[in-house]
Design a protein around this ligand. Sequence first.
Ligand SMILES: Cc1cc2nc3c(=O)[nH]c(=O)nc-3n(C[C@H](O)[C@H](O)[C@H](O)COP(=O)(O)O)c2cc1C
Ligand code: SF4
Ligand code: SF4
Length: 299
Amino acid sequence: MNIFLLYFTGTYNTRFVTNKLRESLEKEGCTVTTYEIDPLNEEKLDFTPYDIVGLGHPIYGFATPWPFLRFVRKQKFPEGKRVFIYKNSGESYHENDASSKFVLKKLRKDKVKIENEYHFCMPYNIHFRYDDYLIKEMFSKNEKLMRILVYEVLNGIPNLKPYKLWPKVVTTVVAPFQYIAGDVNSFLYKVDMKRCIGCGLCIKSCPKHNIYKDAKGNIKFHHDCQMCMRCSFYCPVDAFNIGFLDDWGWRVNGGYNFKKIESLQVEKPIITSETEGFFECFKEKFENIDKRYNELFEQ
Ligand SMILES: Cc1cc2nc3c(=O)[nH]c(=O)nc-3n(C[C@H](O)[C@H](O)[C@H](O)COP(=O)(O)O)c2cc1C
Ligand code: SF4
Ligand code: SF4
């Protein structure tokens, strides 16, 4: 099978998931082409040579990131093309369930065959930093979910259920704010020049070319920001103030070392039936993955 994976990433979690997916599909003998969306490129893609197209995105504000939706809307998917969605995000509360709502609308308009959707858990790049051992546990569930995805997608087994009303309402209400939040928040971004070492990484890596050095050498911002957090997340000296997200205490700085995390040994599960509070959302998610995995592979 010839498979095309089209994805958007801010801080590279979706790139990580895409690479894992590519490896898993290649192990099954598929030929895989990946395409990372550049928000400044409006290229029209030709999907006709591919048997299946996978669309990958992180969740931003209970919806798809705006550059991803815009790019997908610009494409023309051939009628009857098999398409699936693989998304990822920091938590698995049901408010995230309908996050691909607007993408589905576009795909249905093009009359594609969209029957599969998978939600992977990846650590937050805003809000708060995840503990390495919890990430390792998420990765072990992701591995199972990946095997489920590959099996179901390659064998044409559908898994997409209609979205419930509450997640649909949340996505519809919050998405418009997310789509303009970056441009507005950009007015509030600041860099502490006493900390900044002038490495230029933020300027080089900003996908929107939204960051520049002024005549005095200070780091400044235009107002065209997709709020991906790549700049502040990877700043080596944590010199950013990310506007209203900073006021909420939501800045996360420093990339996760996934290679190291993958090699960790977990003695006992972190998410258990006793887990309460914020991480409770993972209980149901992990149970569902285990249940489906057992149905498919352990019976
Ligand atoms: C602006 C923004 C909004 C986000 N909103 C959500 C959200 O609504 N739900 C969630 O679970 N995670 C949310 N996240 C976390 C990301 O979905 C998560 O960290 C994801 O793995 C990032 O993927 P990336 O590195 O490919 O951009 C948000 C992150 C950003 C930057
Ligand atoms: S990444 Fe951080 S240290 Fe480097 S130029 Fe940007 S603000 Fe300064
Ligand atoms: S300014 Fe920062 S958050 Fe905005 S698009 Fe550039 S890298 Fe992403």
